[in-house]
Design a protein around this ligand. Sequence first.
Ligand code: ADP
Length: 502
Amino acid sequence: MSSSTASLAPTDAGHTYVVPDAKGGFAIPTDLLIADKWTAGTSGKRIDVLNPSTGEVLTSVADATVADGLSAVDAAAAAAASWAATPPRARANVLQRCFQSMLEHADWLAQIISLENGKALPDARGEVLYAAEFFRWYAEEAVRINGDLAIAPAGGNRIVVQYQPIGIALLITPWNFPAAMATRKIAPALAAGCTCILKPAEETPLTALAVGEILRRAGVPAGVVNMVNTSDPGPLCSAILRDMRVRKLSFTGSTEVGKILLREASYNVINSSMELGGNAPFLVLDDADLDAAIEGAMIAKMRNAGEACTAANRFYVQEGIYPAFVEKLVEKMGALKLGAGTDTTTQCGAMINRAAIEKITSLVDDAVAKGAKVKLGGKVGEGAGFFYPPSVLADVPLNANLIREEIFGPVAAIVPFKDVEDAIRMANDTEYGLSAYVYTGDLKRGMQISERLEYGMVALNRGLVSDPAAPFGGVKQSGLGREGAHHGLLEFTEAKYIAVSW
Ligand code: ADP
């Protein structure tokens, strides 16, 4: 395991920092973004941001109070009417500039992501490109918010439907994709004509703030995007959701917090989009192309070191291909280099924090105690950073806790099966339903299985589903609504129906 000396350096301007190792970029603000101004907020308190690769403090960010949150709502409210009235083409041009600017600052942003999240630089760079694409996609969608016109069936009038901006949106994001989860919400909100308040995760605020500065410089008008960090998200988010001016909640995070927020949103009947937890099955049938299945498994399991809600959590592999699949996966996962995110040779970065390491350890220990065989890794290493090595567990029994719970780390749990019907039943036996993966050489069979999997997204002979042009989202307790595609835009609109006689 290698460590990194990469860190942040303060500037003379106070509360801003530069990334010494990054090309391009500018000083990262660490305050709250309210009405186009960076402000330290009213608490006088700061939240430490750690580097998970070293366990050390990188810097600190402003800690917003409820009053600061409501100031952000004031700013979003002041900007709402003019942004909604801005011509779609003008909104699209702003989004296009955001896209270009994110690309220009890709290296810089990737460094910030690796520093505060711990993920390997290739993962971080991949995230920045994915994050930027939401601006391009929604720049294109902003001019296609088409309505409907019909003659009422009874013939007496016309039915006119137009999609209007839903109003001020509260956007809450997690730490695992600190850039992409923010842009996946900000871009459609802005395209639809909404103003917003982003509340980034406590662990990874710097990326969001850097994106905030990019957006300001790209010409997003004052108050259209506001950002507040807080060490106590419950009261701040509740106060925002109970402000009558706020009409939309878009959340990505755990199912547990999603349920709390749905209750809060019910107070003022706030329209809610929820991207929650997953427990993705990965099915490999005997007739699958082994090399392709391994390549897909590596992406589905190891992208972001397993810290993704779409990450393959349970591998169900048919008996005929099982020994070869286990052997090859061990070989590939065992070859990955574990290390500090900012180290250029790292392929598997650090986990987000100590609690994540403890959770992975307890799930692995439980599976092993119940009979799973450790084929690779399975033990946390020494050192100050939050590292867990790539691990493979074979013959995992169905009563192991990791069959029910997302492990959110670089651990592949493999279960053999004989009958495809059993595999489908096991795959669907969960309260989650975000993404599933299927590998088979028979496309017709693959389509039939895909239709029977109770998931919002199925990757058939692929290890990656995410695409800004496709509807991302889950069924069951994995969420409500969709992000990306045209669907993601409509989440920030209301259908206005006008019955008209002429
Ligand atoms: P994770 O388990 O991935 O950290 P969480 O659901 O805990 O996911 O966090 C996702 C986001 O939800 C973060 O921005 C976090 O600050 C926020 N959050 C956590 N608890 C609450 C709450 N009670 N109200 C509003 N936001 C919350």
